[in-house]
Design a protein around this ligand. Structure first.
Ligand code: UGB
Length: 611
């Protein structure tokens, strides 16, 4: 390598360090100079001043060089190319007409649904679960990691436990049980706390060896169209998040995607960090993906106009057509320019024109591994600079490359097939993404609140849907408003994954019965049967039974159950009250629910008299 640049006067500081450095480090600096990054070193003091800070800068660069496929110079090259596309004002959707995607409608919990579930359940042994959990959750404003928030406040089930329980329940339903791989993407923001939660909770019953934690790293910010990396201060590279599409890169660079495929995994299901009822839909989604023979399937719901979720459309340009997510910031302009001059407005049913992406994806391993190898896992990166001038030469602030996990089909050829399965919204999707004030505003504007309280309420509602589908009469409680957020608080139904992983299991295990609006039912265990059980008023019934404890429950239960107690103003301001309670504005208190626990296999009958 030619190191003539060391003779340049402004690089005297850099030159003064040269003697100390390994060949490897000199080569890295040389490559950076060739890649137009001389400004990183042009302000350096002579050796002896700020050496620690300089070392930290270099280590940051080395980190990028190691983590990004193609190294730091590859990142600069990609930035230049994509910035040129952005500068030229090229619209990625130019000439595209969005059309309704081919979709399978699984909103009704009917015979078709059961068939898809049965098909999917046969695939459990060939499934891996991937959760992207690198987001800090700035919109939620929570101090911890989101997967450590309870999805419900009676049993306090953490999101992470809910997902682990679903994985264990799917394992228990395999013909030959094998550990289901669980891949978790973390970031510097969530890494330590996620590992602490897993370790502190004994991996929630999973084996440590089946859990694969992959860490996404930040990428450097770029200051201009020439791809010059931005400095935060003299010796600090400005770093920013690269997006949830990093999961593809990490599955490739870690070699995990290939290893899982070699071990017989045929599908991966990708989930987000806070969606308590997502596994309600997974068996049927797997069935639909197999039945349709698609390589990539997005789970969708009716989309509410203006909500912060993408729309799924088939984009037709000339002879070519591709089904893709159009992200929420791009949807309205695309609609205005094409099929809906009024933009993202409600259709006659009150929904957005295209089904809403909930970013739950079922991806077939064959095409996936091939594409990862071809692209080194860099999936459809994009850049979105905000310009300060009409010529698009100056950025308002440094930008960075980004990637989204749902963009994988952008790399598909005509051979790969993309599908969309539309589910009932509450059945499979209710996230906890917004702090209270923002949730109130979103709800007032007619959108989903996506707060802790609404996520909890929807979680119970998904349980009610399961009981109703099994033939139980379940009343809805009147809506309440807590901290300005409206939700329907009950009845509260928690059918743990151990009790039912499929709707057909709920149908088998629950016969008739009724539940009143403020009642609570919690069932945990595979061998519990309810026969004409009635829960009156605010009664609570909790049954937990190990496998082999065959419990038959009958009769009409009347007790004080669980009460939703609002937090006082003092408690809301009290930092010793957990943040996860304050974000709801209430706690659930046991006033005398009937609780039965069976820790030994055997045959048991539970009636109201047993209490
Ligand atoms: N995430 C990461 O793991 N790493 C990152 O760098 C960023 C995020 P957001 P977003 O649910 O309705 C998505 O921020 O990106 C994880 C889809 O793009 O909650 O605004 C993060 O931890 C959109 O099409 O969502 O929007 C979380 O688990 C729509 O489907 C997940 O990525 C929308 O979700 C999503 O991050 C939705």
């Amino acid at each position: 390598m030619n190191f003539d640049f060391l003779e340049r006067v402004e690089l005297a500081g850099l030159k003064s360090h040269w003697v100390d450095w390994s060949e490897e480090r000199r080569a890295l600096v040389g490559r950076l100079m060739l890649a137009g990054q001389g400004h990183l070193f042009s302000d350096w003091e002579l050796r002896g001043a700020s050496d620690g800070a300089k070392e930290a800068l270099l280590l940051e660069v080395v980190g990028v060089d190691q983590h990004y496929p193609g190294g730091v110079c590859g990142y600069v090259e990609n930035s230049r190319r994509l910035l040129e596309v952005a500068r030229s004002g090229e619209n990625p959707f130019e000439g595209c007409i969005p059309q309704q995607p081919n979709r399978v409608d699984v909103r009704a919990l009917d015979g078709f649904y059961d068939r898809m579930e049965a098909l999917g359940a046969r695939q459990f042994a060939k499934l891996g679960v991937v959760m992207v959990a690198g987001g800090l959750g700035e919109r939620l404003g929570f101090n911890g990691i989101k997967v450590d928030i309870p999805v419900e406040s009676i049993g306090g089930t953490l999101y992470l436990k809910q997902y682990a329980d679903a994985i264990l329940a799917m394992e228990a339903r395999m013909e030959v049980r094998r550990p289901m791989p669980f891949v978790i993407m973390v970031s510097a923001d969530t890494d330590g706390a996620t590992r602490a939660s897993l370790e502190g909770n004994g991996y929630f019953g999973l084996r440590a060896s089946q859990v694969h934690v992959l860490r996404q790293e930040l990428v450097p910010a770029v200051a201009d169209n020439a791809g010059r990396l931005a400095l935060g201060d003299r010796y600090e590279l400005l770093m920013k998040p690269h997006g949830h599409g990093d999961i593809h890169m990490l599955l490739h660079t870690s070699g995990l995607a290939r290893r899982l495929a070699d071990a017989g995994i045929e599908h991966l299901v990708f989930i987000q960090d806070t969606n308590g009822q997502v596994f309600n839909a997974v068996p049927a989604a797997l069935g639909v993906a197999g039945d349709e023979g698609v390589d990539f399937m997005s789970l969708a719901v009716n989309r509410i106009p203006g909500e912060a979720g993408g729309g799924l459309a088939t984009l037709v340009r000339g002879e070519s057509a591709l089904t893709l997510n159009v992200e929420y910031n791009q949807l309205d302009p695309l609609l205005r320019a094409t099929v809906s001059p009024e933009g993202d407005v409600p259709n006659e049913e009150g929904f957005s024109i295209f089904p809403g992406n909930i970013n739950v994806l079922v991806i077939g391993m064959g095409a996936y591994v091939r594409i990862l190898e071809e692209t080194r896992g860099i999936i459809a990166e994009f850049v979105n600079p905000k310009y300060a001038d009409a010529e698009r030469r100056v950025f308002k602030k440094p930008t960075r490359l980004e990637t989204m996990m749902q963009d994988l089909p952008k790399l598909f050829t005509a051979e790969q097939r993309v599908g969309v399965a539309v589910f009932d919204r509450v059945w499979c999707f209710s996230a906890n993404k917004n702090r209270v004030a923002d949730a109130v505003a979103k709800q007032l504007a007619g959108g989903p609140a996506e707060s802790a309280a609404t996520a909890e309420a929807d979680f119970y509602e998904a349980g009610r849907m399961r009981l109703r589908a099994a033939g139980m009469e379940v009343e809805d409680a009147a809506a309440v408003r807590v901290q300005g957020i409206e939700f329907v608080p009950g009845p509260r139904v928690l059918l743990r994954p151990s009790f039912a992983m499929r709707l057909s299991e709920v149908r088998e295990r629950v016969q008739g019965g009724a539940m009143a609006d403020e009642a609570t039912l919690i069932l945990d265990g595979p061998d519990i049967r309810l026969e004409q059980v009635e829960l009156r008023g605010c009664s609570g019934l909790v049954i937990s039974a190990v496998p082999g404890a065959v419990v038959t429950v009958r009769g009409r239960f009347e007790n004080a159950g669980f009460e939703r107690v609002l937090l006082s103003g003092a408690e809301m301001a009290d930092a010793s009250v957990p943040e996860t309670v304050r974000m709801r504005g209430f706690r659930m208190v046991d006033r005398g629910a009937a609780v039965f626990r069976f820790d030994e296999p055997g045959s048991y009958v539970v009636t109201p008299e047993c209490g």
